[in-house]
Write a protein that binds this ligand. Structure first.
Ligand code: BGC
Length: 335
């Protein structure tokens, strides 16, 4: 009996060991370089990516550059010098650094390097075989955002509060050179033109994706223009929109009084913005799909393939010229 039990224990133990070693073989490590973890979208992405990584056996070592391009290039250089050849996931502070980084790699390097969120040039991407970009189309998000605004305006023909014949618009934009900021803004204005909605941008500022700057610029707009002359606030992201809404709230706007409401729009669908939309403090947001982005990054690391067709099959999205575009959505999955 005792012998039988001992045998059973040995069999169970060796099965466990086998399972553990199979899991170990499955586990992968990757280094991830964030441009700035104080950015609300990036912080939310990190939360989801970490969770997806631990579910799929990908262990991330994270670096936060806090928007310091020099510090980030130093950290990336150190990671490149290690012998482990771990995949690198890079969210660049300065997109132009991609070129220097990729051309400095040894000729025989086959390390997987995936840039995400902050776009890099086609020429940089083409300069190294195993480089990829995972992002999203800024124009698509601008168009979705404009669609929400246009539907609102059509449902509220009295939107022209000061009766000057145009929609008086406040634009809060992201970083001046970031394509998401430039193209989202262009697209919103283009859609308004297409829809025959006359508008005037009465206040415009680069609030650099930040809540505090959104708050401060909204306050400037309110004090220089007064509430009656602001008919919509379009923000290139949710953090700035939340800053603007928080500012409006302190004057009793966008709370319970229907006469004190200015439509504010953002992009990203971070949890705070979804809550504000639910509570009626914010008109709308567009889902910058951090869940799908995380799934794609984790799958690519696990797969480790350089074959676009194989990658495309695994992630369920096209791979075109080493670029993968995550679709935006008007409605988000709850996360
Ligand atoms: C997001 C912004 C974010 C930026 C950072 C954009 O795609 O919409 O919220 O600040 O990426 O690069």
């Amino acid at each position: 009996m005792k012998v039988k039990n001992a045998l059973k224990v040995t069999v169970v133990c060796s099965q466990l060991l086998l399972a553990a070693s199979a899991f170990a073989a499955e586990t992968k490590s990757a280094d991830i370089f964030y441009y700035n973890l104080t950015d609300s979208f990036i912080a939310n992405l990190d939360r989801i990516l970490t969770q997806k990584g631990s579910e799929q056996g990908v262990d991330f070592k994270k670096y936060n550059a806090l928007d310091d391009a020099f510090a980030q290039s130093e950290t990336i250089d150190i990671a490149l010098a290690d012998k482990e050849n771990k995949p690198l996931l890079i969210n660049l502070v300065d997109s132009t650094y991609a070129n220097e980084l990729l051309t400095s790699l040894p000729k025989d390097s086959d390390r997987q390097i995936i840039f995400f969120n902050r776009d890099i040039s086609d020429s940089a991407l083409a300069s190294y075989d195993n480089a990829w970009f995972v992002g999203a189309s800024p124009r698509e998000s601008g168009r979705y955002q404009a669609d929400i605004l246009v539907s609102y305006l059509k449902a509220h023909p009295d939107y022209d509060k000061n009766k000057n014949g145009v929609l008086d618009l406040v634009m809060l934009k992201g970083e001046e050179t970031h394509l998401d900021a430039v193209l989202r803004t262009q697209e919103v204005l283009k859609v308004l033109n297409e829809q025959g909605i006359k508008y005037k941008v009465v206040f415009s500022a680069n609030a650099n994706w930040q809540f505090q700057k959104g708050f401060d610029f909204m306050d400037q707009a309110v004090s220089s223009l007064t509430f009656n002359n602001i008919e919509a606030v379009v923000c290139n992201n949710d953090a700035m929109a939340m800053g603007a809404i928080t500012d409006l709230n302190q004057y009793g706007y966008n709370l319970d009084d229907a006469n004190k409401y200015i439509p504010v729009l953002g992009i990203d669908a971070i949890p705070e913005a979804r809550q504000a939309v639910k509570e009626g403090r914010m008109l709308g947001t567009v889902c910058n799909d951090a869940t799908k982005l995380s799934e794609v990054l984790v799958t690519m690391v696990k797969l480790g393939s350089k074959d676009p067709a194989e990658i495309s099959k695994a992630i369920g999205l096209p791979v075109e010229n080493k670029r993968i575009s995550i679709p935006y959505h008007q409605i988000c999955n709850a996360q």
